[in-house]
Design a protein around this ligand. Sequence first.
Ligand code: ADP
Ligand code: MG
Length: 442
Amino acid sequence: MAVPVKVALRIRPLNQREKNDECSECLRTISNKPQIIIGKDKPFTYDYVFGQNTAQIDIYEASVQPLLDALFKGYNATVLAYGQTGSGKTYSMGSGYAALSSAMASVSNVEIQTSSILNEVGVIPRVLNDLFTRIDNQQNSNKDLKFSVKVSFVEVYNEEIKDLFNLKGTQETLNIIEENKTIRVMNLSEIEVKDSISTIQLLKRGSKGRVVGCTSMNDQSSRSHAIFTIFLEQVNCSSQSGPNSDIGRLIKSKFHLVDLAGSERQNKTKAERIRLKEGININLGLLALGNVISVLGEENPDNKPKHVPYRESKLTRLLQDSLAGNSHTVMIACVSPADFNMEESLNTLRYADRARKIKNKPKDSPSIRIVQPRAHLSRSSTISSANRKKVLEEWRLKKQEEEKSKPKKPAFKIGASAQTSFKSLVPTSSTFDFAFSVSGSG
Ligand code: ADP
Ligand code: MG
């Protein structure tokens, strides 16, 4: 049975800077409908739309928790956070491990979802918490059930794959191979873990490696794609067997949790050499992902084999078997509500709209499914405050000019005229203007 990629659209609140800049809001939600309106009248519909005040737990329970059911049944699962820099991807994924691990040190596994201190906790710690709670519960009711949980953590930075759990501290970049139609990262560390708190500590250590490298660049936002993968193995070791018994059946599944980096628009950020190179590589990964999503989402009534360009980037290669159809996948598309970011938000809405057209065909995977990787983030500020002021000024002037030059339309043509003015407000970048454009994220 085909399972579409689900899209959860999340709008973060206006941040202080946007308030100081007196940005107005360009996004509206519709009550009781998973719909969002951008600008005057352009609607998009997703599987879920989460407004500014939606709590982390509500997002998790609605969109991500069901993937755990699938994982325990032997399906693969993937959550991808997509959006421009500062739109809330890392906040949503819960990849801010340093603050989290100190908060968690004083709290037990089961308390994570109820403690008020931890209301801010994002998806990854909640997945880990639920995973180990379920394992405990299942083992308490059946001592013959054995589980193994391993984790890996990779980042894709400038088209190189780095193992963030490589405790040897070597900086070697890893290669991808395909074996029996399964994507593997050679020499990737997979660490066996027993509970959520120690796994968060590991993540904290892993992410530190990258943060140090980027602090010297005085960076604040994620500049790499981060893939954290959980490998789950389950087996029933009972000596008794009966009809329809699952005894001895090894079930392997994996859960990718992906915090994508952002692609800034070079003309907006005035990126310099190193930022520019990063930006190009991030764009490359996100554009390749966009192309893959686009091809997978195309109607194919004759079921003709089609070329899917996974090899265009490391990111798409790593996610190949999550996007190719053997996974339950959720994209959390994050947007800022500020009119200043309207173009990037529109790009995100379009990107997410494409992703929704993919129909995966997950199948049980009781047999061999080998290693997979994942990555973590590095950080940079895509736009300095001086630059930001200038860009904001330029943007406002442009908007004013556009407003002035707009012909007055009669009220009864509101649909068409709104469409025209909407487009004029949202110039598309010629560089990325094909399947759909990629907006900044981080
Ligand atoms: P990204 O990873 O997309 O670059 P972040 O997740 O780092 O963005 O978010 C940028 C800032 O906005 C952070 O300070 C984060 O705490 C805040 N933020 C993001 N989303 C929300 C939200 N839904 N509610 C409150 N604060 C948020
Ligand atoms: Mg981030």
